[in-house]
Design a protein. Sequence first.
Lengths: 345, 326
Amino acid sequence: MLTYAIRRLVLSIPTLLFISFVIFMLLQLAPGDPMAQVPLTVPPEVKQKMREALGVGEPALVQYWKWLVQVFWTEPKIFIDWLTNDSFLLGWLPDTHLYNGELRVISWQTRSPVMDIVLQRIPQTLWVVGLSYIVGVLIALPIGIYSAYRQYSVFDQAGTFITMVGFSIPPFFTGPLLIVIFSVYLGWFPSIYDTTHVVNDWESFKFQLMQMIMPVMVLALQTTAQLSRYMRASMLDNLNQDYVRTARAKGLSEAVVVMIHVLRNSMIPVITVIALGVPAIFGGAIITENVFKVNGIGQLLITALFANDLPMVMTLTFIFAVLIVAFNLIADILYGLLDPRIRYD
Amino acid sequence: MTEPVPASPAPIEALRDKGPDKPPRSKWKDVWAQFRKHKGAMVGAFFLIFITLGVLIGPYIWTLDPQALDIRAKDMRPVYTALWDSTAKTGWAHPLGSDQLGRDNLAQLIAGGRASMAVGWAAMILSLVIGAGIGVLAGYFKKLDGPLMRLTDLFLSLPILPLLLVAVTLFRQPLRANFGPEGGMFILIVTVVGITSWMPTARIVRGDVLALKEREFVLAARSIGTKPFQIIKRHLLPNVLSPIMVSATLGLATAIITESALSFLGVGFPSDFPTWGKMLADAVARMEDFPERVILPGIAISLTVLGVNYLGDGLRDALDPRIRGR
């Protein structure tokens, strides 16, 4: 298992390098010039110097190499410095001074390091996306278990129908629909997610909860629909197995049979699906963040695209790719760990 | 007199046939019989046919031009609003109302449906052709299996939605210049959706082909000297048709949703060219006053996708021989 994990981990490095290369070359084809906004009175040779300062003047391969060095060498150094200087967990370690002012990946919009902006945006995305995923999983599993246990009952029929509907309605429709119903007509929740809101007492905590409900619910609906279908199918596969009859025949209570014997076996494929769904939900959050004006990384990507901010787009797309590769790896390893019948070696 | 013919032994009663045997049934008749039992799939199929016919012949019945501006009749509400709000500006000239420029909503819905369905079908067919082609090649030719499957894995680990956004924003200008604003966008969206959604089909088809090519009928075909591509055409492709059909329905649903999502994010078709996603996105800003402009295209997208998904569910059940007998 360990050798398998290490092999996969090593293999994922060329994959990521290739993906980053593809994205970089795609972006090289982009029309547009970061100096387009600079006034016409600036002489061309100065413009050329400014372009070179942003790293645009050089051949594409050199640019790509510099990007790689900045992301994989300079940024980790800054991260380690931050860990040993300011972080709560490792702040007791002696201060490291690995970073001495090398160039970092610079955003063309703000002329500040891309990673700093990304780090500012990630908490919002994580709060909304992460919470919605947890909520979705917590709703989906019981629905799937109960629908499978009482197959073809009214609950199962209704549950299957509702999950099918939830699966089919795109988030850019449920989002505005919820805003119309709950913010406009009923006035229960705010329609815009206020990220500057600081939680320091009960009232502000309640406000934070209220503004999170709608985006979380929109994203959770998608998760719930997919996961409960998987959970139901997986439970149905296991409920007719011989070991379930054996467990019942030796007099175990129904709760033990279903919740321990069947559930543990049915969770194996579902857990891998949960792991595989994490990057997809980050991608889906791009739309939801746009609907509810959450300024997370999805919204950052859209604005960067429209502003032709190529370093930002490059880095963000690469972060999404890293997420996908990482969670594919986690899913495969989890599958092998949970199911002793699976042997990769 | 000849000696009497010995009476034939009386047939055993329990073994006698009650009536004539049923005529043999073809596979597709069985599939159809099973498919008809799945109510959701039937409803889904009928709804899909209805929507397709509606957007195809709708413009000939409702002949209003979807892009014709009629500024006097702007911001009309649908006729059913008159039921609870008698002061609302309604009229049978625009049964579903009109938008802020006086364009008829019904005509726009029909035209938008045409665009969305065209993109959906074209992207689905493209992704099927790529997926089935790569799957069959990888399954049949051992040498190609490794590289093609690595390629599939690589595509599966690409962040699809961000890349779609990137590709559409980057290639919009040159394609528009060459094929006109609508044609260029159509080609672009169909291509990018097609190239980014073929991977599941390829994996399923490859798995099936790997199993099929070890079967006796393929061996027999090879022993009489059939060329590989003839084997693929005559023996393999008809046998992997069922998984291809199931993933076709899923592909149609994803393609429609992806197109609408791109339009919603503002990187889709040009602004005077209605699609369902575009109409929805344009209406969000004023949805407090005119909720129907969000709800109608939203319902159209959702119902179509729901119908397609149910159709896919029913097809999967009907085409699975393990379920069909029951």
